[in-house]
Write a new protein. Structure first.
Length: 135
């Protein structure tokens, strides 16, 4: 019985550690997404097709990871938001690479307002100190 309790305790500690690492990694993705999204907007405004396409591809990849994060948490709505964001950023990348910068800007606006905004509204909350945390 003592061995069972020891093993169960070890698994519980491991699970908490893994969740904390996942949350930290998730937060790093969100910070990277914010910075890359800002760069993408600037590249679109500057009519820099190559830079915009590269930023959008990076965002597509980030939101693939975000999808996997929410999948592990069994949050179906967040998974759908993340997959739609990934797809949207993929479209922005294609449009930018093709020189269709006005279309890319429109797709970016739709992607961020619908998917990013929807997920933020549903899955984060403001803490007393003004920071944000995952619900």
């Amino acid at each position: 019985m003592k061995h069972f309790l020891l093993i169960a305790t070890c698994f519980a500690v491991l699970a908490v550690t893994v969740v904390a690492q996942d949350d930290a990694e998730y937060q790093s993705w969100m910070k990277a997404a914010a910075a890359t999204s800002g760069s993408l907007r600037k590249n679109l405004e500057a009519k820099n097709s190559d830079g915009a396409a590269a930023d959008a591809k990076k965002l597509e990849e980030i939101f693939g990871h975000v999808h996997d994060y929410w999948s592990a948490k069994h949050a179906d709505d967040a998974m759908k938001f993340a997959m739609a964001a990934s797809t949207g950023f993929g479209q922005v990348a294609e449009q930018a690479a093709s020189g269709k910068l006005d279309d890319a800007s429109a797709t970016l606006k739709t992607t961020t307002s619908t998917n990013c905004g929807g997920c933020h509204a549903a899955h984060r909350e403001k803490a007393a100190d003004g920071s944000w945390k995952i619900k």
